[in-house]
Design a protein around this ligand. Structure first.
Ligand code: BGC
Length: 785
């Protein structure tokens, strides 16, 4: 067995001791305002004596009931995501029973509730205003999975910055984002809400989002507090079924699932939301190891923890006690704010009296909520975020729509392009077919609460805008997104606005075939409805829903070139489409400017540069599927008759499209990677250089990817792991040398003692255009002398 060369700290193997990394705290910048009352930024853990003094004095005046009131978060009636909605909100605010509200926005509505709190409660403590601002507030950007496929951290940060500007102008000061759950199971609807399967990329996205929302100073009127969610491991729900049990080794947890949460916390995220699942047998909202020992004691988090929607009440169904008991458990575990469930409000006073919790437990939670309000500037000005004039000048301003178009273009992934069918000519006749071709509602995707789909640009409109009068469009719907009556009812019951064509499928397909036959090229716009993705939207069949594949089969028979434009929120199983379409463009749900952005790509005004961040399986039976898998003792090498191998009888192990995959209208050539050294000591870095040449006919962007494999470890290591990427712009014919630095940190991992270690031996380096098509080099980490 290899000797550990370098560890950051040694801890024994127990959950309570897990994670030994020294918390990397963000630097605190402080400013004193005219009133001298406030100062701290984001979640800087450095001491802030002025804040402490202010809150000490305030808390000294608070009754137990008032303290408990601060721990209560209420939902104001629309856009609910759980079975329960808060009752008697106004009355509870007036009584001081509310610390924050969500699902209320606009400066007028927020001001009304804020006045209710400030004018009617004894201590005039202002409310927090939260909301699910997930991929834009009013100007909607691509769904988070789509944002991540841009691999462009500046663009992702900009989308969050714009969302923060709009949200804060719209009465809000707190957003329930970023969602950083690693997801490797395409059945899970919420894979749409995160950055995909990879912890390295996921961590970069998490940091970019937090920076975008919070800026440098939370007390500015145009920044909002971020919430890292769902803590933790929510993306690993068994069988991809939402809210389902999670059971995971510590090894996988620390190396693969926890890094993005940690990255967001290091970036200064002000709050954390618990997840619905259990972690090592204890539901997250009552998990003291998770919420206190790991999050606060090891990682140094000093913001507040809000539960997910009614998650404390749900502890009863998890089977860990009755309501009074689970309320005490959750508080003592480290949950500070109870979302909607009112378990804290109804039970904590009694719990103090019975001794189940101490007033000190409540004080800790109350203090954290008050600190958040202080950092947001609410004690200084409770109406900071309710400026109607600013709302008018900020929300959906043209520059923001333009940014949404630019960012949407970057998120699109070209999956296939045979015989250069794309880009399309700006002349001739296009058969624009499919249930999503004229659609506006679905384009803004799931979790676009304040977005107005009527403002979204459909693809039909986008083609007209971009291609101009030289292109004739002939439209046929061809199929409904869904035909199953129950599915339609479910989608529409939750705001789906599905328009179902009553004609038979045969009739619709016949019309589409006729339209296609009279055109030069088919653009088939197919996919999911937004409601088939996101929360409580797991699918066991991840092919194109309804009759859409039948439609494509019929169109194929016309012999016309067929471009498939996909709109969807998860990796789909597209084996037939890959074999039969001439081109496939993955556009996700691309947001307010979707139609313009897609048309920009289709007609070559923008050369696609997106790369997948979640593997696309050949069939659903392969999931969970991810590139950074382990090798097993019986890896399958592809021999048909090789029986006793880790394989399926009916399909290979490979994804249809691997992680990191995406084409361009141009082509790129990679040189063999060159390493600056063949061997290094454990505290040295080394450089990897590769020449990338644009060998095609267009200028274009390429995401150059670096993977590392630790060949022999004291525990098994993945076959490769992403450790660097650079998105570069290359003119036609241009060559650039891309340099990566591999640091000791990149080579470390958590072993089974939960030590973070770098072990000597051979490492392989892979550089390439995706996780599959790479060139290899290797180096050695030497034993310490
Ligand atoms: C979701 C969270 C969301 C919350 C508030 C829950 O059902 O899991 O992601 O932030 O509702 O809407």
């Amino acid at each position: 067995m290899k000797r550990v060369l370098y560890t950051t700290l040694v801890l024994s193997l127990c959950m309570a001791c897990a994670d030994n990394m020294t918390p990397q705290k963000t630097t605190t910048t402080a400013s004193t305002t005219a009133t001298g009352q406030r100062a701290a930024h984001a979640s800087s853990p450095a001491a802030d004596p002025e804040m402490d003094k202010f809150i000490d004095e305030l808390m000294a005046r608070m009754t137990l009931e008032e303290k408990i009131g601060q721990l209560n978060l209420v939902a104001v009636g629309f856009d609910v995501t759980g079975p329960v909605v808060s009752q008697n909100v106004d009355e509870n605010i007036r009584k001081g029973n509310v610390g924050g509200v969500f699902n209320t926005f606009t400066p007028v509505a927020a001001r009304k509730l804020q006045e209710m709190a400030v004018n009617n409660t004894r201590l005039k403590i202002p409310l927090l205003f939260g909301y699910d601002v997930i991929h834009g507030h009013r100007t909607i950007f691509p769904i988070p999975l789509g944002l991540s496929t841009s691999w462009d951290m500046e663009a992702i940060e900009r989308s969050a910055r714009i969302a923060a500007d709009e949200a804060s102008a719209d009465g809000l000061n707190w957003v329930f984002s970023p969602m950083v759950d690693i997801a490797r199971d395409a059945r899970w609807g919420r894979i749409a809400e995160g950055a995909g399967e990879d912890p390295y990329l996921g961590s970069q996205v998490a940091r970019a989002m937090v920076r975008g929302y919070q800026g440098d100073d939370l007390s500015e009127e145009n920044t909002v507090m971020a919430t890292v969610k769902h803590f933790a491991l929510y993306g690993a729900a068994e069988a991809g079924r939402d809210y389902n049990t999670v059971d995971m080794s510590l090894n996988r947890m620390f190396n693969e699932y926890l890094p993005p949460y940690k990255a967001a916390i290091e970036a200064g995220a002000g709050s954390v939301m618990t997840s619905f699942n259990e972690v090592n047998g204890v539901p997250a909202s009552a998990n003291k190891w998770l919420l206190t020992e790991l999050l606060r004691d090891k990682w140094g988090f000093d913001g507040f923890v809000v539960t997910d929607y009614t998650a404390i009440n749900e502890l009863v169904a998890h089977g860990i006690g009755d309501e009074a008991h689970v309320g005490a458990l959750a508080l003592k575990a480290g949950a500070d704010m109870d979302m909607v469930g009112e378990v804290f409000l109804k039970n904590l006073k009694q719990a103090v009296q019975s001794g189940a919790v101490s007033e000190e437990d409540i004080n800790k939670a109350t203090r954290r909520i008050l600190e958040a309000k202080y950092k947001l500037g609410l004690f200084e000005d409770p109406y900071l975020y309710t400026d109607e004039e600013r709302a008018k000048n900020t929300i959906m301003k043209p520059a923001y729509r333009e940014a949404a178009r630019e960012i949407a273009r970057k998120s699109m992934v070209l999956l296939k392009n045979e015989k250069q069918v794309l880009p399309l000519q700006k002349s001739g006749t296009i058969a624009l077919i499919g249930p999503l071709a004229k659609n506006q509602r679905d384009m803004i995707g799931n979790w676009s609460g304040a977005g107005d789909w009527k403002q979204a640009v459909s693809l039909e409109q986008g083609i007209r805008n971009v291609a101009g009068p030289g292109v004739k469009i002939k439209y046929a719907k061809g199929a409904n997104i869904a035909d199953d009556e129950q599915m339609i009812q479910r989608l529409n019951a939750h705001g789906g606005d599905l328009e179902i064509d009553k004609r038979s499928s045969e009739e619709m397909i016949a019309e589409a075939v006729k339209t296609a036959s009279a055109s030069d090229v088919i653009v088939a716009v197919v996919g999911e409805s937004q409601g088939m993705t996101g929360e409580a939207a797991s699918r066991a069949d991840i092919t194109l829903p309804g009759q859409q594949r039948e439609l494509l089969k019929a169109l194929k028979k016309t012999g016309k070139p067929m471009v498939v434009v996909l709109m969807n929120g998860r990796p789909l199983a597209l084996t037939w489409e890959d074999e039969n379409a001439d081109a496939i463009l993955e556009t996700w749900f691309a947001g307010t400017e979707a139609g313009n952005a897609i048309a920009d790509v289709l007609f070559g005004n923008y050369n696609p540069s997106g790369k997948l961040t979640a593997s696309f399986p050949q069939v659903v039976g392969q999931v969970p599927l991810y590139y950074a898998h382990k090798n097993t003792g019986r890896p399958f090498g592809g021999e048909l008759l090789d029986k006793y191998k880790s394989r399926y009888m009916d399909v290979t192990n490979e994804p249809l499209y691997p992680f990191g995959y995406g084409l361009s209208y141009t082509t790129f050539d990679y040189s063999q990677p060159q390493l600056s050294k063949n061997s290094i000591s454990a505290n040295e870095s080394l450089e990897v250089k590769v020449d990338v040449k644009n060998t095609g006919n267009y200028d274009g962007e390429e995401v150059v990817q670096l993977y590392v494999q630790d060949v022999v470890g004291s525990i098994t290591r993945p076959v490769k792991e992403l450790k660097g990427f650079q998105k570069i712009n290359l003119k036609k014919g241009e060559t650039q040398t891309v340099t990566f630095t591999i640091t000791p940190e990149d080579l470390m991992f958590y072993n089974n003692e939960l030590e973070r270690v770098l072990e000597p031996g051979e490492f392989k380096v892979y550089v390439g255009t995706n996780s599959r098509d790479v060139q290899e080099a290797s180096f050695t980490v030497r034993e310490n002398q």
